[in-house]
Design a protein around this ligand. Sequence first.
Ligand SMILES: [Zn+2]
Length: 219
Amino acid sequence: MKTLNVKKRATSAAVEKVLGNASTMRVGTKDLNIETIQCGYCGVSHTYERKRKAKLYCSNKCGVAFHGKYVRDKAKLALRVTSYYKNNYAKRLIVTSKQSANKKQIAHTVTEKHINSQLATGCCQVTGLPIKSNIGTGEKRGSYSPSLDRIDNSVGYHDSNVRIVSWGYNVAKNKFSDRDLNNLAIALTASHLGKNERAKFKALLPLSLLAGLPAGYKL
Ligand SMILES: [Zn+2]
């Protein structure tokens, strides 16, 4: 088992370093436990204040790199991540929305509580269509997968500005306006109705929707 050996070697090297260099420094009235280790990945020596268990790497970056190179059983890890996000879907939506917030350089304060409360309804907050996560099912993300929608795209990711919608709605809204989507829904529904039903359907629609229909369209 090559993988295990490499991990063991790095671990024991780091522990030896820690034992060899442990020292206590008195700062003010507080004892600081200062230790120096040799990074298990890049080999650079690193001095830090030990609060809990001994560090093995100089930085988080090196720890991630080490695991990526030697330890990670990619298939097993993928399975673990999948089952984690299956049970914590809100966390996944937070992670991905944080990434896009960083990319767009906009604020992100969305809470897990807000997302979970909307996910618990099992419905798209705009259309009311049932939503279901594809994670762990072996299926691809589809029209009814839950996704995070920013109500006002000029505002950042805040609880008051995000809602859980079906991915299908989100994708369509990405390119077109709410008005375009309403028109599409009205026209599609009407196309399945007979002449009399169309008139009844039209009578049921609020004026705000009728006013948004494109010129030249006869409902
Ligand atoms: Zn390092």
